[in-house]
Design a protein around this ligand. Sequence first.
Ligand code: PAF
Length: 273
Amino acid sequence: MKIVSTIKELKAIREELKGSVGFVPTMGAMHNGHLSLIRQARIQNDTVIVSIFVNPTQFLPNEDYKNYPRREEADLKICTLAGVDILFMPTADEIYTKIEPEILAPKNLSYILEGSSRPGHFDGVLRVVLKLFNLTRPTNAYFGKKDAQQLYLVQNMVKTLFLNVNIVPCDIVRESDGLALSSRNIYMNEKERVQSLSLSIALKNASQAIMKGERDTKKIELIMLESLKDLRVDYAKALSRDFEIKEQITIKDTILLIAAFVGKTRLIDNLWI
Ligand code: PAF
């Protein structure tokens, strides 16, 4: 595995690559969710590039940028074992300059749900993803369905800016008890870890109601809220897969989305119906 930290070096290596390139952008602190993206990229491409970059522009001033888990040594091991060919680990100075064009995510999609409590977050995500796509020029790029809104906005950017990359959505990886894997799960203590199960239980309860025939969006959202009653809920929504509000949900065109605080840790989870 080649570890690269400068753009100059990455560009030189990319120039020499033949065949398909699979790209997995990450912020490190890898878990089995990241591993499943890398594995899929490994199977489907001649070369696999992974980036580890805790991107400052997608954190709000009050968020955990400084304290975001950084686990370089463990990440290197995971990438080596998973058969990554090139690991790109730039500094923020390498990625950003003082004067930059603004890249703004579409307002109607980026200021709802995650964006309503994290205004500007998706501008930072799209900005760095576009830069990373330009540098790695991937054939396929792998994104987890757990960040469903991010995935949708990246797909939308690729489509509307005519980028030449295939976005591969990857399934959520869960602990055996249902908790969706996240780098932030380590913030929780034992009691909170138990409480965190309310999110996957809420999704399960809502999906069971849907399987029994419930289609009313408001009732489905109430079922989720009921299961989340012991947590501080940011949102519990049933939306169409293009993030529109519908009175009635449709099978194969719905995402159930939750964000809730367990103690101080903000968790998100979702289920595609
Ligand atoms: O999902 C993430 O880890 C980040 O938002 C991404 C896509 C690596 C951009 O910084």
